[in-house]
Design a protein around this ligand. Structure first.
Ligand code: PEP
Ligand code: MN
Length: 284
């Protein structure tokens, strides 16, 4: 792949992106929380539940890129203030999406990680802006994008001076309609072959089905993912966004009980020389 000057892997060294004291690319990192911030009670309750289950960061959208302009668009600034209070209460760093280049600088005052969603992966003005925001960026794969297109978007962010990019495989559109998207797990070792950047997996938006989130989370860890981002809602039936794919706190807790043992098990196995996930040396 041409011109991936900053993104390309040139040695076995892998980048670690620090978010407060969470080391993405080193430990298995789990980001969890609601699709969108809906109220103080919903966010606080869910934040405490995911923290108690062992999550490392809290997710929640204050700006929602919705298919219909008539759907709930997020609480905006009020949502960000609720996230700030959830961080104060739990200590969990905040991952939140930004959808408009004009909002980046002030959203960055509330966000520990700026999320770029699948629909905005190739919004180059937005990528340049988050490249200058001084915050780590979670760059989701565009649902119609190749790995090369995705990595070029990471290059846009890095070329503005921001080295802290985390990639997120969140499923791509295929002819299959049982799942919301098709989770391309081969992207995980492929990305490790192509770049030094960490990669996490979103089993929620890729499958769109509660029953598949646990199995695909385990498979992602087995494939070498550096972490997961999972939607959890204290009362999924009431969720204003993505209600059908939100886990209850108890379901999330069950999955969490398996994830770290799975990672420890994978780490205990002898390395496969041909597997890029096994050829690593970590640097910050
Ligand atoms: C999200 O994580 O809230 C989201 C909208 O995801 P995606 O951009 O992957 O659809
Ligand atoms: Mn969602």
């Amino acid at each position: 792949m041409k011109n991936l000057r900053l993104v390309a892997r040139t040695s076995t060294k892998r980048s670690v992106v620090m978010v407060d004291n969470v080391a993405v690319g080193q430990d298995l990192v789990v980001i969890a929380g609601p699709c969108s911030v809906e109220s103080e009670e919903q966010t606080m309750t869910t934040a405490q539940a995911v923290k108690d289950a062992g999550a490392d960061m809290l997710r929640g959208g204050a700006f929602k890129p919705r298919t219909s302009p008539y759907s709930f668009q997020g609480l905006g600034l009020d949502g960000l203030k609720i996230l700030a209070r959830a961080k104060q209460a739990t200590g969990l760093p905040i991952v939140t999406e930004v959808i408009d280049p004009r909002d980046v600088s002030w959203v960055a005052e509330f966000a520990d990680v700026l999320q770029i969603g699948t629909r905005n992966m190739q919004n180059f003005a937005l990528l340049k802006e988050v490249g200058r925001a001084g915050r780590p960026v979670l760059l989701k794969r565009g649902m119609y994008s190749t790995l090369e297109e995705w990595l070029n978007c990471a290059e846009y962010v890095m070329s503005e001076g921001n080295p802290d990019v985390v990639l997120c495989e969140r499923g791509i559109r295929t002819f299959e309609s049982y799942t919301r998207n098709t989770l391309d797990l081969s992207a995980v070792p492929a990305i490790k072959e192509l770049t030094h950047l960490p990669i996490i997996v979103d089993p929620t938006h890729s499958t769109g089905r509660i029953s598949l989130i646990g199995p695909m989370s385990m498979a992602a860890v087995a494939a070498g993912a550096d972490g997961l981002i999972i939607e959890v809602h204290y009362n999924p039936r009431e969720a204003q966004c993505d209600a059908d794919q939100a886990l209850t706190p108890d379901m999330f807790k069950d999955i969490m009980k398996q994830l770290r043992p799975m990672r420890a098990f994978m780490d205990s196995l002898p390395a496969q020389r041909s597997n890029p996930s096994n050829q690593v040396e970590v640097t910050e």
